[in-house]
Design a protein around this ligand. Sequence first.
Ligand code: NAD
Length: 374
Amino acid sequence: MIVFVPRETAASENRVAIAPDGAKALVKLGLDVRIEPGAGVAAGFDDAAYVAAGAKLEPGALAAADLVLKVQAPSDSEIARLKSGAALVALMRPLDDPQRAAALAKRGVTTFALELIPRITRAQSMDVLSSQATIAGYRAVLLAALRMPKLFPMMVTAAGTITSARVFVIGAGVAGLQAIATAKRLGGVVEAYDTRAAAAEQIESLGARFVKLELDAGDAQDAGGYAKAQSEEFYAKQRALMAATAAKSDVVITTALVPGQRAPLLIDEAGVRGMKRGAVVVDLAAANGGNVALTNPGGERDVDGVLLLGPLNLPAEVPGDASRLFSRNVVTLVTHLVKDAKLALDLADEITRGTLLTHAGEITQALVKERAGA
Ligand code: NAD
């Protein structure tokens, strides 16, 4: 079975789906691993490292591949080159881009969408959303640290005392918890809020203060561990209550997401204007519509001296370690899908069925199919 790892073609995507040690693990499974020359260069992996791992360098293996491993979803021209019956593993943004799934189904490709990996213990080591969110949370704090007019740690010097930066993290999932840990390590005083009750203990275990709001989020967590959507009335109250904490913060990092929906708007324009001059907001939900009004997705904006950053792909800015983790996740998934060096799909298996996006000419996820109008 020919496995192909192409060079990513999306703008600013510096990651690669498989690192050299991942290639070695795939070769060990008996797979014929081919890498597009230069595929790992932006992540710091030379072609020679892949060859040493037992992979072959081949520029044009896309059309011959039985299994294609990518970071980002394939472009239209890449889809046109995939052979019918091939399998693909990539981030697919299935609910945002259902037409891409429709195109892959039409092409006869079996697609596994990495976002759909079930949140069960058995699949934790395949969970790309978690591994990449960890990196995004870390990087968000560093971005803020570099752009704010103040230091993070408290410092007592002969020239006077510097106070610690105050950091407010909204949404304490994987990215938020890593942002809290990073901000603490830099010496910040950290507060955080999440609608899921389970998050309070995790926030406190990292040494941050859980911000208690006079709000009833009800049963805020679904069976998969994700947040449930709240009413518009709830969000309006939340915005009003959180504005007071945002107003005294030097850094606000927002990470709140509800699967399949636009990110909830948690800081409105008045909230931004109520913040201190020099404060920095990093809106990690920018790719999903943003948690902060006025965020410029993919860019920045200055609102009365408050800097709003809306990065779209922070893991790609730490491409070496991001690719190492991504690669380990993908290799674990492929190992799960392969038997005797061939794809052996057990559609009764929760991980295989849950992750499958297209198969046998069909979109296999009901909601995606509905959105594709198929
Ligand atoms: P996510 O990226 O979908 O959302 C980020 C955070 O935003 C979540 O914690 C969510 O509760 C929070 N949020 C949503 N609406 C909010 C609001 N109005 N105000 C404040 N916060 C809000 O979620 P995630 O980070 O990927 O993970 C969420 C949970 O799932 C975590 O507890 C994580 O530990 C768990 N998880 C489990 C597994 C597994 O078992 N395999 C894998 C990954 C994550």
